[in-house]
Design a protein around this ligand. Structure first.
Ligand SMILES: O=C(O)CCC(=O)C(=O)O
Ligand SMILES: [Fe+2]
Length: 325
């Protein structure tokens, strides 16, 4: 975990920079501005840039930037991501998040998630309380790798908080050292697991929970664990990961892995003005349950995902696009 708290002057500087860039990029369309914002990120305070450069090289699992400016005239929390998109709510905060995110990686989106938007709104929505998407509230959002189904999933998931009045925690876990037996680790590295798209990638635009059965969805077959032996990378979302049907050994190893991860769970409360960048290779994340208010004061996060190099997805997509799929 590493943390950088902006001082008053740095915070004011970022607020002014984000306001100026928003004016220069009207109408605000993040996908059209994102490349220009990478260059503008060189205007961010040098202390922040040095911090992010070091955290990136060290592969810090959770990187927090605190005391970021949040819109002075922040509107009430919209009722859904669709309403937020319609109103371009929190646009200046999207600029701030994209500037900071650009210091680590290249933000991208998915054509079929939140309508292809580069910056998502994480907001509790009526009717979605028990869904398996970020619009849920009353049901725990299970610990997951973001976009587990895809080999071009992000290296980081970035969450910037605009409101969190009830201090709802974001849950986090990773593979604890020495807990999984070596033979399990070897098995979990093998291509004996299937990764399916989650409901946010299937949901229709009106947000209705999809009925498409897991096994009717396209999947990638790969290992759950990969990468450096001393500091394993992982890929898992219990709701959307299975062993290859009939492979009971793989099934058991998957369960053991899930139990190890559940046992290593901690929680962080992301406060307004904090942006948290979670290493999507080293950690999984989720969210505690909470009771939505639906009165404009609800928890509200801005979210984006970044890859370390967008060219990885250009190769996959055969197209120079920030929107995948
Ligand atoms: O709301 C949170 O804290 C995390 C939600 C989540 O998993 C996500 O937005 O990717
Ligand atoms: Fe997530």
């Amino acid at each position: 975990m590493s943390r950088y708290t902006l001082d008053h002057a740095e915070r004011t500087h970022i607020a002014e920079l984000a306001e100026k860039l928003l004016v220069n990029h009207q109408p605000w369309r993040p996908l059209e501005a994102v490349e220009a914002l990478r260059a503008e990120a060189e205007e961010l305070p040098v202390g922040l840039r040095r911090f992010m450069a070091t955290a990136r090289l060290d592969e810090d699992a959770v990187i927090t930037v605190a005391n970021l400016p949040v819109s002075a005239d922040l509107v009430p929390t919209p009722i859904s991501w669709q309403a937020a998109a319609e109103a371009t709510a929190g646009a200046v905060d999207e600029v701030t998040l994209l500037l900071c995110a650009s210091l680590l990686g290249d933000p991208f989106s998915w054509a079929n998630q939140q309508g292809g938007r580069l910056v998502h709104d994480v907001i509790p929505s009526k009717g979605m309380e028990d869904s398996l998407t970020s619009a849920s509230s009353e049901t725990q959002l299970t610990l997951h790798t973001e976009d587990v189904f895809h080999s071009c999933r992000g290296d980081w998931v970035a969450l910037m908080c605009l409101r969190n009045p009830d201090n709802v925690g974001t849950t986090i876990s990773g593979i604890p050292a020495g807990v999984l037996p070596a033979e399990n680790v070897e098995l979990l590295r093998q291509d004996r697991f299937r990764f399916y798209p989650d409901d946010s990638h299937i949901a229709s635009l009106d947000g209705v929970t999809p009925s498409l059965a897991l096994t009717d969805r396209p999947y990638e077959q790969a290992g759950v664990l990969f990468g450096p032996a001393e500091d394993l990378y992982l890929r898992i979302d219990p709701d959307f990961t299975t062993a290859v049907p009939g492979d009971t050994e793989a099934e058991q190893a998957l369960r053991a892995c899930e139990e190890a991860l559940a046992g290593a769970t901690s929680s962080v409360v992301i406060n307004p003005g904090e942006a948290v960048f979670i290493d999507n290779y080293r950690l999984i994340h989720g969210r505690e349950v909470f009771t939505p208010r639906y009165d404009g004061t609800d928890r509200w996060l801005k979210r984006t995902s970044m890859v370390r190099d967008i060219r990885r997805s250009y190769v996959h997509e055969r197209s120079r696009s920030r929107v995948l799929g």
